[in-house]
Design a protein around this ligand. Structure first.
Ligand code: HPA
Length: 248
């Protein structure tokens, strides 16, 4: 069973034939909403809207631990996270898709680990390659089969939000090696590794990052949703092909 976490621009999955929804409680509280169960081309899928069905939960208030715990309890073979980003690298223009291979964490004040509590032994995880290689490969193969252009690799900078960045902050992120910037990649990616989920991200470039491309003086927020809506057509096409590859 494949799990999909939808981000901004994907609060539901229109290609999913829904069978039921289920509220799952976890030791960490409630996920962003009920999990949606259904099928794409006869394959079982679980879908979770990261920001809630009505897109009401901002990035810093998402209960990432509950979200991933709930998915983990259903033992999915892979978790594919869809997340919108601002493009920093010149070729990451609005509408482009990327499967990042690295991440840098600039978030703070979020519940970022399962390994805490006075009776818990100190536990470290290896995070050299933060995304699961097999899950990345599955997405890339599916994109190839679906004839959708997608970049293989890139560094995702996870910022706190909910405000967008200043142009100087984007310069700093670029200096740090970042190719794209988003607000939800962490702690989601690290928590997935902590509980052993096969996890990778499809990043959807919604806008040029602050100070980049045509956004030298400001980011036209109204345009972001139109870009995302268009780009999600490609993402859905890839997800349908992931289901095909996955069922092989
Ligand atoms: N910055 C941070 N997160 C984002 C952006 C951005 O420019 N665009 C979409 N998510």
């Amino acid at each position: 069973m494949l799990a999909i976490i939808g981000g901004s621009g994907m609060t539901r999955l229109s290609c999913l034939e829904i069978s039921h929804r289920q509220i799952i409680r976890t030791p960490y509280g409630e996920p962003s909403g009920p999990l949606t169960f259904g099928k794409i081309k006869d394959q079982d899928i679980i879908f979770l809207a990261r920001h809630g069905h009505g897109h009401t939960i901002p990035p810093h208030a998402i209960n990432y631990r509950a979200n991933l715990w709930a998915l983990h309890s259903l033992k999915p073979s892979h978790v594919i996270a869809v997340a919108s980003v601002g493009g920093i690298r010149a070729d990451l223009t609005p509408g482009r898709l990327v499967v990042p291979d690295q991440i840098v964490d600039y978030t703070y004040g979020r519940n970022f680990t399962y390994f805490e509590g006075k009776d818990q032994p100190v536990t470290h995880i290896d995070f050299t390659l933060p995304y699961t290689q097999q899950t990345r490969a599955l997405i890339l193969q599916a994109a190839g089969n679906a004839n959708e252009d997608i970049f293989d690799g890139g560094v995702y900078a996870a910022t706190q939000g909910p405000r967008l960045e200043t142009a100087a902050e984007i310069n700093r992120l670029e200096y740090d090696g970042a190719d794209m910037v988003g607000m939800t990649g962490m702690p989601e990616t690290a928590l997935a590794r902590e509980i052993g989920l096969n996890y990778a991200t499809i990043a959807v470039v919604a806008n040029y990052a602050a100070g980049r491309g045509t956004n030298v003086k400001s980011i036209p927020l109204k345009e972001i949703y139109a870009v995302l809506e268009q780009a999600m057509v490609g993402v859905r096409n890839i997800l349908e092909h992931v289901v095909n590859c996955h069922g092989d």
